[in-house]
Design a protein around this ligand. Structure first.
Ligand SMILES: NC(=O)c1ccc[n+]([C@@H]2O[C@H](COP(=O)([O-])OP(=O)(O)OC[C@H]3O[C@@H](n4cnc5c(N)ncnc54)[C@H](OP(=O)(O)O)[C@@H]3O)[C@@H](O)[C@H]2O)c1
Length: 274
């Protein structure tokens, strides 16, 4: 199967490139309708994966001051891909985000049918807008959250948290990237469409992760508690803290290991690689 990956130079895109080394990886702007159409004409991919988007550097606060670039890539770009793939009847996959929710829905976790309820950052708003628009169409929309793995990449959540002196003690859903890649593989093989929360079952807080990091990887690591009411001391925009339901993924016969197990596994691998 011929796969085309947009955004292959990014963090998740790099993982996709490793998973699909034969994939075509253009650097065309996904919001350039003419450029995207001519690429599809030239290569005739069976599957298009959109891992392109503005996520901000060093973090999503960047999007607050770069709204035009952010909406261009996170809303206009996905709409151009939607149109271009529909015209050529190409199956495509969009990388959405679970950072469009706040809370745990009274313990149940947010399902794919729940409307977004977090609008505290421009990044999250653009992800919510595109999520809701795309949900009307037959593509595969995979929502990730705070992805992590055992790599030393700076955007791996574990490495991000290690750089912070204060970390939040609020439980969240997270995505272990190797599991995400397996889920993607299973769903694209069946050409599944629809929106899916691709997170590991259960939840964990950044603070708990750093406690484990200290225990397993680096006993000298120092960090402090950050409470939600002090979050605005260190961020410009709000941050989503949420728990997502994994029932829909289970209904596809996809059972992932718990987030607690995957965090421990990633930390043990990091320790071994040290
Ligand atoms: N990492 C996360 O925490 C996370 C969580 C949930 C969902 N996601 C979603 O997953 C996707 C990939 O995230 P990531 O972490 O891999 O982000 P990333 O490291 O910032 O990579 C995104 C890539 O897309 C490129 N890009 C931006 N706008 C583009 C455009 N208009 N046309 C073509 N390429 C463009 C970027 O290039 P430039 O650097 O030149 O802009 C970058 O190479 C995003 O949609 C993100 O919202 C990420």
């Amino acid at each position: 199967m011929k796969i085309m990956i947009f955004g292959s130079k990014g963090y998740i895109g790099g993982h996709l490139r490793m998973r699909y080394p034969e994939a075509i990886c253009p650097t065309t702007d996904i919001a350039d309708a003419v450029g995207v159409a001519s690429l599809l004409d030239e290569h005739h991919p069976d599957i298009v994966i959109n891992a392109a988007g503005k996520t901000g550097r060093p973090n999503v606060d960047w999007c607050e001051d770069h709204k035009q670039e952010t909406i261009h890539s996170n809303v206009l770009g996905p709409l151009v891909l939607l149109d271009a793939c529909a015209k050529k009847n190409i199956y495509w996959v969009h990388l959405g985000s679970g950072c469009i929710y706040q809370g745990d829905k009274n313990g149940a976790g947010f399902t794919e049918e729940d409307p977004p309820n977090f609008f505290g950052s421009f990044y999250s708003r653009t992800k919510a807008w595109s999520d809701q628009m795309l949900s009307e169409f037959p593509l595969l929309n995979l929502r990730l959250r705070m992805p992590f793995d055992a790599s030393n990449e700076p955007r791996n959540l574990i490495n991000k948290l290690v750089r912070y002196t204060r970390v939040l003690d609020v439980k969240n859903s997270l995505t272990f990237i190797p599991d995400f890649l397996d889920v993607l593989d299973q769903l694209i093989t069946k050409k599944t469409t629809g929106t899916f929360n691709v997170v590991n079952p259960g939840s964990i807080s950044p603070y708990e992760m750093m406690e484990q990091y200290k225990k397993i990887v680096d006993p000298s690591h120092a960090f402090e508690h950050l409470t939600l009411d002090h979050l605005s001391d260190v961020t410009k925009a709000g941050r989503s803290n949420c728990i997502l339901s994994t029932e829909k993924l289970k209904s596809q016969g996809i059972l992932l290991s718990s987030v607690q197990d995957r965090v421990k596994e990633a930390l043990e691998t990091m320790h071994t690689k040290k």
